[in-house]
Design a protein around this ligand. Sequence first.
Ligand code: F6R
Length: 242
Amino acid sequence: MNLIKVNNYEELSQKASEIIIKKIQDNPSFNLGLATGSTPEGMYRKLVEDHQNGGTSYKNVKTFNLDEYVGIPEDDPNSYHYFMNQHLLGHIDIEKSNTHIPNGNQMSDLQRECEEYEKLIDQSGGIDLQVLGLGVNGHVGFNEPGTPFESPTHIVELTQDTREANARFFNSLEEVPTHAVTMGISTIMKSKEIILLVSGAQKAHALSRLLNGEITEECPVTVLGKHPNVTIIADRAALGEE
Ligand code: F6R
């Protein structure tokens, strides 16, 4: 694993955006795996600025998001569809048909939706670079502690910890969905390359388990220790240096 230490969130966002821009400039038909949440927001802002001022084109890029809540309409401000549109996809020249986010509203057959999503990624040639954030409890995507490492895209019941952590975006904890669709650990591990973005002291424990601990399903992010091409971008607070 390659660890890039940065001083703060601003530098993390800058570094992550530089890596992605370079990849897309080198290979305009790139398959990019994306995450939502607070951590990548700064990186998305910089990608948008670069697109508007520097002209990097996403015409032939395909994106695949990690996850989506179950039962929240796509146009609801708390859906990950909405988030992606607001922070990145609505501001770059990507073809809508090349953007993929699991459909958490396929209520009649969510299991089938999961299988189709997995197939879609494979048939598109796989993900060239997957961006990940890190949950306080060590989750990646919505793969909560205890998720088998072999899991493909699946439906997950969110833990109380995760619902509480995400309640800041909702009016109340009760409004936070109980389930989500997420790429599985095996889906994430099939990506050719991974960058993990970690910012803030509240992530320090989970990050230290990846950097120093054993590889265990009890802390999902530790699986990255088995991947051949991982870059971690972490700020001083996440590294426990503040
Ligand atoms: C989001 C996702 C989650 C987040 C994680 C950290 O698509 O997959 O694993 O990356 O919960 O969230 P933030 O960045 O809000 O701390």
